[in-house]
Write a protein that binds this ligand. Sequence first.
Ligand SMILES: [Zn+2]
Length: 322
Amino acid sequence: MLGEAPYPWFGDVWDRFGQSLAQSRLGHAVLIVGPAGVGKLALAESASRALLCRERGLGRVSAPCGVCDACVQVERGSHPDLHRVEADDKTGVIGVGAVREICAQLLMTSQMAGYRVGLFPNVERCSVSAANSLLKTLEEPPPNVFMVLVSARPGRLPATIRSRCQVWRCPAPAPTQAAQWLREQGVQDADAALDRAGGAPLMALQVSGDPLSASLDAVLAATLTGQVSVAQAAKQLEPYGSEAALSGVLMSIDTVLASGADHLASGLQIACFGGSRSARQLYAWRDAVLREFVRDRTGLNELATLERVLAAGRGEAPAAVT
Ligand SMILES: [Zn+2]
């Protein structure tokens, strides 16, 4: 069969993918959904590798060999039939131009006489017109094209796109399985790391070696519940640098949003940071953090940046921009 799944908790979905390949009934598009930090992108990349490997073919289903020219090119990011669409660095949006270009390339004949793969990480970031352009390709899929859409927030995608894809659900793994895997990666306090990462093992691995993330949730809770002032909290975060602190805050908000995914539509409060917030408040805070990311960073006052981000978390109007 297809060999090992990229992570042990993907065993079932990986086996089903192998079976569809073996029976030549692989759909033309999949949507991989699940919380941030479970390895959805690695799953998408492994599936792409398995499809493009030269050793596949003739109905044989095997793990990607890792040595053929196709495997080597995928590894280097230079395979001519693997097209990846990323959000714009500055705006965080996948624009219509990028989607049109990739879809046009997917329509062309394969460079290497096999599958052509379109990979869309964070596909929910498509602008409205980009989503429409993507939908056109999903509605009239060219032969031998495999589209892999990846999203932690599939609810933000048009239903018309979701309905055109086979959905691969990737929930956070069982805590025992995740903790065991983390210990195999050398993480000492696997349970605490998993807690901080909302049960997502890859995120837990990332936060376990990181002193900022170990203290960040405590700082945020103290700030949002009013135990410390915004200015005091900003001072505590300043030594880590605004870039790292902003990334950390963003990750904390995303973890809360992922854990409260069921409440997003209902408007119920989500328990977080020593209190609770509505999804709308959390998204507003997230947007405020993103705005700080895209600000002109020349002559930036890091402390003021952190204060604005923390004030936004409290729901306070940001101080006047100077
Ligand atoms: Zn290969």
